[in-house]
Design a protein around this ligand. Structure first.
Ligand SMILES: Cc1cc2nc3c(=O)[nH]c(=O)nc-3n(C[C@H](O)[C@H](O)[C@H](O)COP(=O)(O)OP(=O)(O)OC[C@H]3O[C@@H](n4cnc5c(N)ncnc54)[C@H](O)[C@@H]3O)c2cc1C
Length: 457
């Protein structure tokens, strides 16, 4: 590509710049590696200044750009389009400040979630967002508005972003948001960028909100005879105002996959389905929440197992956390993260089970019962490529349309990427898509950032 060699004038360190054929294939895709794009260069930036210069260079030369965090997305949102320049943030990974007075932290986008969580917890502080993949970057989490296990009590990533340093497609650097807890000062640009999957601007600094670290936390497993009775118990638990930190549902057959994958044991083998809960806070509050919970599920559950042993509790959460990878190890799959109103979870999961039976395509469901986010792995099995593509398309159509009927949405936390665009366009009013693209044009008039991803036309 004309001019691309000139990038070396910005990134002079040979170990931080790669051209076309020398780019490792993993950078041309997402974590599943099914969809691949093309890139003319891959650069590992170290500062806002470098990022701005790379973007300015791309802008002047009309070259598309793909920002990249840890590449753990499941929807193809880091698939570079049209010989793009990939800007990788993994080397911008410093925690710049923790402000204990204002309960904030300023970090670079490449900081890894689990490192950040550990760092602040050692200071008696707590960063609540907790998506299943702990090796994702903070910049990626913000760009996808990542949700995860603790969303039921604490909310999602958006709720913990106070400010951002952004670089626009033409290289302009700006700050949005601040350390202030309230803000009615013009349009909320920060919130438009959060969850925009790298389509509006590139994030180079993140000002995050922290809370005090809970004194302790305890998980427990509620065992049921059927998934139906498990899911039907969720509204009762929520109505009892028990405020769990996490509230996940999972079927026994799915647990078995996780046990095998990690060679770990789950503390019950006889039940058909489980709710996995965590409470956090002060010890005495947790004890009384558990007592109340036991009485709420007395009729519907077979038993409640309090995971007192921290190793056992850790293993149960490891099994819950590995499920996407455990299914992937057995067969190709399409991971979905449909979200429906909490009151509709049982009805939606019943529909999934019926469709699984009718279509003979395995559909493994588990997920965040407390916030209506149903994770579904639609499994290929031994279908030929043509059969898989045809049947998958038919079943996705049915699943998304049923979710839509129940008032749900295509994605609760993974984003649209390239995998879900088609269904998003079908189910979103044309004027909404138009407005989204008008906003894109205001941020990125040449349409260079992540074109072809998410809502972009
Ligand atoms: C096993 C497993 C479990 C998962 N569980 C969850 C879960 O519970 N909840 C959940 O929400 N997600 C989950 N995910 C999905 C994934 O981890 C999240 O989407 C995560 O937020 C992506 O972060 P990343 O750093 O890997 O970003 P990437 O995959 O690198 O990028 C994701 C998107 O963000 C953009 N981006 C990245 N960095 C920047 C930046 N600095 N500036 C602008 N744009 C940027 C990219 O262009 C892309 O569009 C899971 C994934 C796996 C593999």
């Amino acid at each position: 590509m004309k001019n691309i060699e000139k990038l070396r004038e910005i990134i002079s360190d040979a170990g931080r710049i790669f051209y076309a054929d020398s780019i490792d294939q993993k950078y041309l895709s997402d974590t599943l590696g099914r969809k691949r794009g093309s890139a003319s260069a891959l650069v590992f930036v170290k500062s806002t200044e470098e990022t701005s210069k790379v973007l300015k260079f791309a802008y002047e030369n009309n070259i598309p750009v793909t920002p990249r965090g840890a590449g753990t997305n499941l929807v193809g949102s880091t698939v570079p389009h049209n010989d793009a320049i990939i800007i990788d943030f993994s080397q911008m990974n410093h925690i710049l400040e923790v402000d204990k007075e204002n309960f904030t932290a300023l970090v670079e986008p490449g900081v890894i979630l689990q490192d950040f969580q550990k760092f602040v917890e050692a200071m008696g502080l707590f960063y609540p967002p907790d998506p299943g993949e702990k090796l994702a970057s903070i910049g990626g989490n913000i760009s996808t508005n990542a949700g995860g296990m603790r969303a039921v009590k604490y909310g999602v990533t958006r709720d913990y972003v106070m400010g951002l340093e952004l670089v626009l497609a033409d290289g302009t650097v700006l700050e949005v948001g601040s350390k202030n807890r309230k803000d009615t000062t013009g349009l909320d640009l920060k919130n438009i960028v959060i969850g925009s999957e790298g389509t509006l601007a590139v994030i180079t600094k993140c000002l995050l909100k922290l809370v005090g670290k809970p004194e302790c936390s305890k998980s427990l497993l509620i065992c049921f005879d059927s998934l139906k009775s498990g899911i039907e118990a969720v509204p009762e638990i929520l109505r009892a105002n028990l405020n769990p930190t996490a509230l996940e549902f999972i079927e026994r057959k799915v647990v078995s996959l996780g046990e095998k994958f990690l060679n770990l044991n789950w503390p019950d083998t006889e039940s058909k389905a489980y709710l996995l809960l965590t409470f956090d806070g002060e010890e005495n509050e947790i004890v009384s929440s558990i007592i109340k919970l036991e009485s709420v599920v007395k009729k519907s559950a077979k038993k409640v197992i309090v995971l007192e042993d921290s190793e056992l509790s850790g293993n149960v959460w490891k099994i819950r956390g590995c499920l996407v990878k455990a299914v992937e190890a057995v067969s190709e799959q399409e991971p979905l993260d449909i979200v429906v109103p909490i009151s509709q979870v049982a009805e939606f999961v019943n529909y999934v089970n019926q469709l699984e039976e009718e279509s003979k395509m395995q559909m493994i469901s588990f997920g965040h019962a407390g916030d209506g986010n149903v994770h579904l792995c639609v499994v290929r099995g031994d279908r030929s490529e043509a059969e898989w593509q045809k049947e998958l398309e038919e079943n996705l159509e049915k699943l998304y349309s049923q979710a839509h009927k129940l008032g749900g949405l295509i994605s609760g936390e993974h984003g649209l990427g390239v995998s879900k665009r088609e269904f998003f366009f079908k189910e979103t009013a044309a004027q909404n898509v138009q407005l989204m693209n008008a906003i894109k044009s205001a941020f990125d008039p040449k349409q260079l950032l992540n074109k072809g991803i998410s809502y972009t036309i």
